[in-house]
Every structure is written in C-alpha cells, then in structure tokens.
Design a binder for this molecule. Structure first.
Ligand code: UDP
Ligand code: MG
Length: 302
C-alpha cells in the first residue's frame, strides 16, 4: 500500500535560465514513471536574467507552477513560499542548478515508503577543495557531538519529507539547512540516501566562501535554539557564572593584596579587568533570566 499520494517538488532558483528547462524535463521523466501524482513548484527568487522570454514553454506545462518573489529574498524564504503553496503529502526539495540528479528521486520515495518521515541526501561523490573539506569535517564533528546529529551531509539541498512534519517543524529564515535535525528532534523517523552531485555547468554559485561564515552562524543558532530555547538560563547562566567567578576571584585577590600586603590599587590593572568581568558576568546572567521570563510567560499564556 502506498502511503504517499502526491509529491510536490519545490525548486528555488535565482538566475538559472540555462538550467530550468533541462531540470524540469529530467524531473518529469523520472517522476512520471512512478504512479504518483506530482506538481513542480518553481520559486523565482528575484531572478533578472530574463528567463521568462527565454523559456515560454516552461509555464505552459500543467504540472509546473511558477511562484515569483518580489525580490531576491534568499533560498530559505523561497523554499517556505513554495511550501505554502504545496498540495502534496510528500515534499521534495532540490536545487535548480542541475547539481542534483533527478534519477536519485526514486531512492527518496522508496525510503519514505518504507516508513521514514524525513530523508536527507548525502552527496557521496562530492569533491571539495582543502579548506571546505576541513571545515565540513569540523562542522560534522560539532553536529554529531553537540547536536546529536545522525546526518552525514546536513547541508545537502536535496531532501524529501512527509508534509505532516510541518505541524511540528517550522521553516523560517535560514534554518532550512537544519530542517532534518529539527525533524529528528521532534521524534520523526529520519534517514539518509546517497545521492550524486555534479559540478555546476551553467550559471554561478550564489554563495561562494560566504557560505562558510553564514553556515557557522546558522550552526550556532541551531545549537542555541534546539538545546536551550526552553531553558535559556542554562546557556547564559553558565557563561555568566564563569566570567563572574573569574572576576570575583580576581577582585578578592586584589582586595587581599591591598588590605594585607598594602599594595596600592592604582598599581593593579587587574582591578579593572576584575570589575569588567564581574559586571559582564552579571549582565549575561540577567540576559538569561529575562530569557527564562519570556519562555515562562509564553507558556503560561499559551
Ligand atoms: N538560490 C536561490 N536564492 C538565493 C541563493 C540560491 O533561490 O539567494 C537557489 C539557486 O538558484 C539554486 C539553489 O538555491 O537553485 C542552490 O544555490 P547554489 O547552487 O548557488 O548553491 P551551492 O550549490 O553553490 O551551494
Ligand atoms: Mg549548487
């Protein structure tokens, strides 16, 4: 018995005119082979490469819906706009740049049908250069050890999931990279499939090296949100207490030196550092307390 009836393929794109038609053709060839209903939602994230006149045949297809954002709002926003319009009970995300291979789609479907709720791609053929390789090894280690991530390639844009997970998992801002992890935390059954990843031939990568920096910030925000959103004082309290503790000890030491050994305080720059650390520690602890208050009031009034 099939547990999926209709598949919504959501594809965000920004200036990908050379890729779109090949992508849609390749996609339809694969998806129409199965016995599923499907729709293809192309989300135009502020493209200005004139693809409309280049590809008039694209939107004539009954299976294709074009959603246009007013300006470039980023891949995350494009994905969530696509999701809002999706009618299928299973959603497939893929990039528009032909780096993901539609021939891999049956693997996702099979895995979902075997009882999984979220299946993430793992680009096992990807060849990275030195810096990216080191970066992603460290990122993977952090995700494994500090976020209990069961995924090998969380950044992979090729993924498929049941729509029902969206009642517990929210897609907002840049967190699309951590969607699989959010599904995992909410107790859904998650898995991975190996997918091919080809080099980009037409168009330019939209991220370049800035992706590493943004990825780092996103990872920290995921760490904070998933671990401490309900108990902010555990996060801020820990940091604040350490700073306050170091400052307090230093303050006690200079006070002892002044009273017992008569060392004049203007000769002790440590005094300034100590005061700075104590105040900083208190501020950070207070931030945590305000965080707790917000969580408490939110729960109480919910
Ligand atoms: N993309 C988008 N808006 C953006 C950046 C990217 O819609 O602001 C789309 C892009 O057109 C492509 C996908 O997101 O379909 C992945 O982008 P890209 O291939 O540039 O990322 P990379 O593969 O280099 O990480
Ligand atoms: Mg790409």
């Amino acid at each position: 018995m099939k547990s999926i009836q209709k598949i919504s393929v959501v594809i965000p794109f920004h200036n990908e005119k050379e890729n779109l038609l090949t992508l849609v053709d390749g996609l339809e060839k694969v998806v129409s082979r199965g016995s599923y209903d499907y729709e293809i939602l192309l989300v135009d994230d502020g493209s200005y490469d004139g693809y409309e006149s280049f590809l008039p045949q694209l939107t004539e297809k009954k299976t294709v819906t074009l959603i246009k954002l007013n300006r470039q709002m980023g891949k995350g926003k494009a994905l969530s706009e696509g999701l809002e319009r999706a009618l299928g009970d299973a959603i497939l995300f893929m990039d528009a740049d032909l780096q993901d291979d539609p021939e891999d789609i049956p693997l996702f479907i099979e895995k979902l049908e075997s009882g999984y709720d979220f299946v993430n791609g793992h680009r096992f053929t990807r060849k990275d250069n030195g810096i990216i390789k080191i970066y992603s090894t460290i990122a993977r280690w952090f995700l494994r050890n500090y976020l209990n991530s069961p995924f090998t390639d969380i950044n992979c844009g090729f993924k498929m999931f049941r729509k029902k997970i969206l009642s517990d998992v929210v897609l907002y801002g840049n967190n699309f990279r951590f969607l699989p992890l959010a599904a995992f935390y909410e107790g859904y059954r998650v898995g991975e499939v190996n997918v091919h990843n080809k080099p980009r031939i037409y168009g330019k990568s939209k991220y370049g090296i800035s992706k590493l920096f943004v990825g780092l910030i996103d990872m920290l925000s995921a760490y904070f949100l998933y671990k401490f959103a309900e108990k902010p004082l555990h996060f801020f309290g820990g940091i604040g207490a350490i700073l306050f503790g170091i400052g307090g000890l230093a303050l006690a030491w200079v006070t002892y030196e002044r009273i017992v050994m008569g060392v004049l305080l203007y000769r002790r720059p440590a005094l300034l550092y100590a005061i700075f650390l104590v105040i900083l520690g208190i501020q950070i602890i207070m931030t945590g307390i305000i965080g707790e208050l917000i969580v408490y009031l939110h729960k109480k009034n919910a």
